[in-house]
Design a protein around this ligand. Structure first.
Ligand SMILES: Cc1ncc(COP(=O)(O)O)c(C=O)c1O
Length: 452
């Protein structure tokens, strides 16, 4: 019987992160400041430490992982790689399905991989407080946990719809000592402006980012930490793909296709980019980013300069966007409700080196329940998007009798998302239509540099 769990020793935790920019066909487009000109790294100094700004712009292929970061990684890394024998059998597919399980981290997802690194570099720079946003609560809880470990105070602006849907994620953050505020809030200019327009706003990642950035920019003792999107965040997540590659090599496998759900892109980039290095060198491997049909950034958005937050406080980045003031429907995969995407993932999608697909909410839960009933793990609603795409691919393999090797990142468990499963099981979960009119309206608000 082929192995089910493929494990690495702690000594095999990667010692370097992989920077995909080194293998880019074209250098990434620079972020632009309010004057429409490329910003220099110093423009970010008010909210990020120098080490992270350097990682944001570097073109070096390998970035050493500091030993204190690897030491905390040892609490859950290397994460296991599983062969999904029971899911394969249920589908009757000749495909061989592997999943990397990031739900073994104490916070339950891939997010601590970058939280540790960001908290470490901020502490080294003498910063004592971090302000951040969270969608589903996975990122906020990850930063809360490592903030406690490294002695940093953490304030989290939590998107209101998740604050209400996922009260126990809030409790988790508070247990780890963080302060949690529902966003939009009346604590910031950005929050007050949104509340004046819509007192019942469900919030969005874009709005919560504005609140956290505003706070960090206004306080000398406070920096900002972002859970996805930026180059340095994607960089830190490459430990996932680097380990997965070593694990597959142990059983003599290499994927034909790699799948991950995509919110801000760090989960996808984390598992897929180390394989992009091989693709850039000529190896055939498909890399597939999966997003919600109701927030279809990569599949229906514009490739244009836009802000990372709703108030326009961040530099403008070239990325796929639905418009920075787009407020996505209240789907349960809170971590995928983001108007933009990683500029690195966006560029590769634009260059057709990475594929993107969108799937509707109910179909993702159907796949997640099938996964739970075969493999045992109850996945996070975000992860269910990747599982849907893998199940569809495995069924296509069944029709064509092709024994393809499929790899996906099981980015987190769904133990705090059972209210969403309740709704699915009760038949009350909705599919949201693609809100074309709202998106068209939001696209009209793109910054002027984006006119082309
Ligand atoms: C479990 C889980 N998977 C995936 C994502 C999406 O991550 P990313 O923004 O890195 O694409 C999130 C975001 O919160 C998440 O919580």
């Amino acid at each position: 019987m082929p192995q089910t769990k493929i494990l690495l020793d702690e000594s095999e935790i990667p010692t370097q992160w992989y920077n995909v920019v080194a293998d880019f066909p074209e250098p990434p487009a620079p972020p632009l400041g309010p004057d429409g000109k490329p910003i220099g790294p110093e423009a970010l100094g008010a909210i990020f430490p120098a080490a992270l700004i350097e990682q944001e712009v570097t073109r070096e292929r390998w970035i050493p992982i500091p030993e204190p970061v690897r030491e905390i990684y040892r609490l859950w890394r290397p994460s296991p790689l599983y062969r999904a024998h029971r899911l394969e059998a249920a589908l009757g597919t000749p495909a061989r399905i592997y999943y990397k399980y990031e739900g073994v981290s104490p916070a339950g997802s891939h997010k601590p991989n970058t939280a540790v690194a960001q908290a470490y570099y901020n502490r080294e720079a003498g910063i004592r407080r971090l302000a951040t946003e969270t969608g589903a609560g996975q990122w906020g809880s990850s930063l809360a946990m490592v903030g406690q470990m490294l002695g940093l105070e953490i304030r989290v602006y939590m998107v209101r719809v998740s604050y209400e849907q996922k009260p126990f994620r809030r409790s988790l953050m508070q247990t780890w000592g963080a302060e949690v505020i529902a966003s939009p809030s009346d604590r910031t200019e950005a929050g007050r402006r949104i509340l004046a327009q819509d007192a019942d706003s469900p919030g969005s990642l874009g709005i919560a980012i504005s609140e956290a950035v505003e706070e960090a920019a206004g306080r000398a003792d406070t920096n900002y930490a972002l859970g996805s999107v930026l180059n340095h965040v994607v960089l830190h997540q490459t430990v996932i793909g680097l380990e997965a590659k070593a694990q597959l090599a142990k059983v003599g496998e290499y994927p034909d296709a790699v799948f991950a759900c995509c919110g801000g892109g760090s989960n996808f980039g984390g598992i897929a980019f180390p394989f992009f290095a091989d693709k850039a060198a000529g190896r055939a491997v498909r890399l597939v980013a999966v997003e919600p049909a109701s927030c279809p950034t990569l599949t229906r958005g514009h490739y244009a300069y836009d802000y990372g937050d709703s108030a326009g406080l961040t530099p403008a980045m070239l990325m796929y966007t639905l418009g920075h003031d787009f407020v996505p429907p209240r789907i349960h995969a809170g971590g995928l409700r983001y108007h933009g995407d990683s500029p690195l993932v966006s560029q590769l999608v634009h260059d057709r080196l990475v594929e993107a697909i969108a799937v509707p909410q109910r179909a993702t839960f159907e796949a997640g329940v099938l996964f739970a009933r075969t493999e045992g793990i109850v996945p996070a609603p975000e992860t269910n998007h990747a599982i849907r795409a893998v199940v569809d691919e495995a069924l296509a393999c069944k029709r064509t009798h092709e024994p393809r090797v499929l790899l996906f990142n099981l980015s987190g468990h769904g133990h705090f998302d059972m209210a969403s499963y309740d709704r699915y099981l009760a038949g009350t979960l909705e599919d949201y239509d693609y809100p074309e009119s709202q998106i068209q309206a939001a696209l009209r608000a793109l910054p002027r540099v984006a006119a082309g």
